[in-house]
Design a protein around this ligand. Structure first.
Ligand SMILES: Nc1ncnc2c1ncn2[C@@H]1O[C@H](COP(=O)(O)OP(=O)(O)OP(=O)(O)O)[C@@H](O)[C@H]1O
Ligand SMILES: [Mg+2]
Length: 244
């Protein structure tokens, strides 16, 4: 029997069909990842080591510039590999007790130390600790993907300084993290698609995996993620269950 369609379809039902689509795409991605991730790891690590050695030997400014460009491209390839590896459901999930407020503060400090960052980050934390059983490296990946998007949007705007406010606080039994930026916003017609794998508006250099992966990681923590946008603002909200 054909699946029901039309306006009578409840949002709940629509959601579950969308979930199935994500699941099917995820499974084919995982197969792809298993085939290539291992083989790519070795050469990329080798290239990176060689590049760092070349940087030590390079004598002229022109050579340094070329090697910096190579470094940038290599980092982008390495990031892609890490993203693909993190799609692999066999990756071990290692939850540990952590305080969301202090982890967010640490990450914001690290990102803020990046040279020539086109955004200013401000963190506001509500009172008290936000204890969550989480896999820190996975959660950091999700948060970094969200921050990366703000950086990408700021770069696309060309130089105009963008602000990212990160709020952490308790709401009911959840630790809430909100990333609010003024980097341009997302068109209303696109906002519902941002969690789809391979959905990107950023052309060749992006893969459209950042929010898909963030959503997967938040889901692994039994949390929720949503995006709202009204130009030029975007707000990404993550709720993670607090430890009892
Ligand atoms: N803070 C933001 N401001 C403006 N647009 C955003 C923001 N966050 C997400 N988007 C939009 O959502 C799309 C999907 O984001 P996602 O992170 O999944 O993929 P991507 O950034 O395009 O690629 P990748 O993360 O794999 O490099 C982006 O292409 C962009 O159009
Ligand atoms: Mg992204």
């Amino acid at each position: 029997m054909a699946p029901p369609t039309g306006p009578h379809l409840s949002p709940f039902r629509r959601q579950s069909r969308q979930e199935k689509l994500y699941q099917a795409k995820l499974e084919s991605l995982e197969l792809f990842v298993r085939v290539i991730a291992h083989d790519l790891n070795g050469p990329l690590t080798g290239l990176n080591l060689t590049l760092q050695a070349c940087k030590k030997l390079a004598k002229t400014a022109a050579m340094h510039k070329l090697l910096d460009t190579m470094d940038h491209d290599l980092s982008s390839a390495t990031r892609l590999l890490e993203e693909l590896k993190s799609l692999n459901k066999r990756e071990i999930f290692r939850p540990q007790p952590l305080d969301i407020s202090s982890e967010i503060a640490k990450l914001a400090e690290q990102v803020s130390a990046t040279p020539r960052l086109p955004i200013t980050i401000e963190v506001s934390a509500g009172a008290g600790r936000l204890p969550v059983a989480g896999d820190l490296s996975r959660l950091r990946r999700a948060w970094q993907n969200i921050i990366r998007n703000v950086i990408d949007a700021a770069e696309a705007r060309g130089g105009e300084k963008v602000k990212l406010n990160i709020f952490t606080r308790r709401t009911g039994n959840f630790a809430r993290i909100q990333f609010a930026d003024n980097a341009g916003g997302i068109a209303r017609s696109r906002v519902s698609r941002v969690f789809e794998p391979f959905f990107t508006t950023r052309g060749e250099k992006n893969r459209g995996l950042g929010l898909f992966i963030a959503r997967k990681i938040v889901g692994e923590h039994a949390g929720k993620i949503r995006v709202v946008s009204k130009k030029p603002f975007t707000r990404v909200t993550i709720d993670l269950p607090l430890m009892p």
